[in-house]
Design a protein around this ligand. Sequence first.
Ligand code: ATP
Ligand code: MG
Ligand code: MG
Ligand code: MG
Length: 582
Amino acid sequence: MVTRMSSLFVRTLRDDPADAEVPSHKLLVRAGYIRRAAPGIYSWLPLGYTVLRNVERVVREEMNAIGAQEVHFPALLPKEPYEASNRWAEYGDNIFRLKDRKDADYLLAPTHEEVFTLMVKDLYSSYKDLPVWLYQIQTKYRDEPRPRAGILRGREFVMKDSYSFDVCDDDFLKSYQAHRDAYIKIFDRLGLDYVIVSALSGAMGGSASEEFLATSETGEDTYVRCTSCDYAANVEAVHVPVPDPLPYDDAPAAHAEVTPDTPTIDTLVDHLNERFPRDDRPWHASDTLKNVIVTVVHPEGSREPLAIGVPGDREVDLKRLGGVLEPDEVEAFTEADFAANQSLAKGYIGPGVLGSENASGIRYLLDPRVVDGTRWVTGADKPGSHVIDLVAGRDFTADGTIEAAEVRAGDVCPNCGSALEAARGIEMGHIFQLGRKYADALGLQVLDENGKLVTVTMGSYGVGVSRAVAAIIENSHDDSGIIWPREIAPAHVHLVAAGKDDAVFAAADELAGDLEAAGTTVLYDDRRKVSPGVKFADAELIGIPTIVVVGRGLADGVVEVKDRRSGERVNVPLADAVAHLS
Ligand code: ATP
Ligand code: MG
Ligand code: MG
Ligand code: MG
């Protein structure tokens, strides 16, 4: 294919857009790949859309190669499946909600576990049907609190999400490994510098969880890496080990004193009534509350863990809620309440959890959102082993923020004992074990070999497809512009007709046609009234890895071939150009 600059819908810009902070955002706008439509929402222009589809192609090929099957679900979905899984409440302000003309609730899906689970439930009923791996490449919607950095964190973005369905955990591990292998191939082909870090599974619950982070200073994730071996882990995985729960009987009998700084359930309830008054009736300590932000967990042992909840409103000032909860008060919340909230307790949507343990051995966890931007996550697969043990001042500052980037003195690599260092990354992919969270909530069971009903076990695997477009640029650009890997670039070759003579254009036209015939895609700068200087600057900005100039050398029968990354130029006889470039 030959795309002619003279008719291409593009306008390159000399200046950085005022709202752009990171290189990828600046360059994508300047080079005419994207335009902002609203905060965190972007339109794709022809060059950008080509690149996006190239990324999709790589992802699709590698997913198909492991035997995953592509499907396509609606982005607009009714609330009921998300209510069944509790995520309608859990997601809080993070989802876009809307109503139809009959006043029924809908959402623009932020991720699709529920409806994939229901689809498999609809069609399959036997172990013989499993495993099955389904994926889609689809637009997702999340009302991110801080959309930033252009398409790196959009409120509308393209994700590849896949889901594996297995009859048992051993089989699940094979599904997980196959996806992990596919992800390595995908990110290699995308030309990203990345690390695979173990991660906690956040909103999704489950235990096995790894993230693929593109190494970049502009990333919002912090991970630690070993200074001598290849160990890398997300900070919370290192800094917040999940300790063995205390046996309940060992817990001291004495209760810590309640001070004004350590509110009880009553002050919690007062707080709710003050900040979130309800029309029908005031908040009461025994309410079954929808969106858990405070979780009280008895240590495992003689007792079931208990949880309490308060409504999910991110305005809650958790420091006011933090403190000691008397066991008697905790027991005002029944185990049934806990069961109702269990999936929330298992996997909280949100960036983190602060927690501690009081003198009576009851652990309590405070709202994650107080540490916005960090990811000290729950996601323990059994209640009672949530993230605990954080110390104020050490793990989070007085204003409730965690200094996640700080690697504490004395932290060493668990593999080789060398020092660890902190680094930043962009989350490009996330693979994790969902376990039976969704299958339980939505009743996905199959008959096993013995004719017994078993609950299906699931995995969930995401790739940030539109984010990858930006992350590749974060990894690969210079002062003049973008430098694409060949497979992702909007064309293989950027052909510049540099000069005024008709002979230059005639030779360039012919070369463009010959390259096309050889299967090489060409962006051909055939503009007549644009100076060579402007064309060269545009070529550098747009970032196609090979730039071919038909110009002065034509008299000697050569064209200049420039490598965008190294800047190296060679003259190639016109007659050899196609062979050289294909
Ligand atoms: P992050 O920690 O960056 O908010 P996440 O953990 O919320 O990402 P997942 O739910 O794991 O994201 O979604 C799978 C993938 O989708 C992520 O690994 C990331 O590459 C991509 N992604 C998530 N949120 C966004 C967004 N707002 N814009 C672009 N891509 C995103
Ligand atoms: Mg997120
Ligand atoms: Mg994340
Ligand atoms: Mg993630």
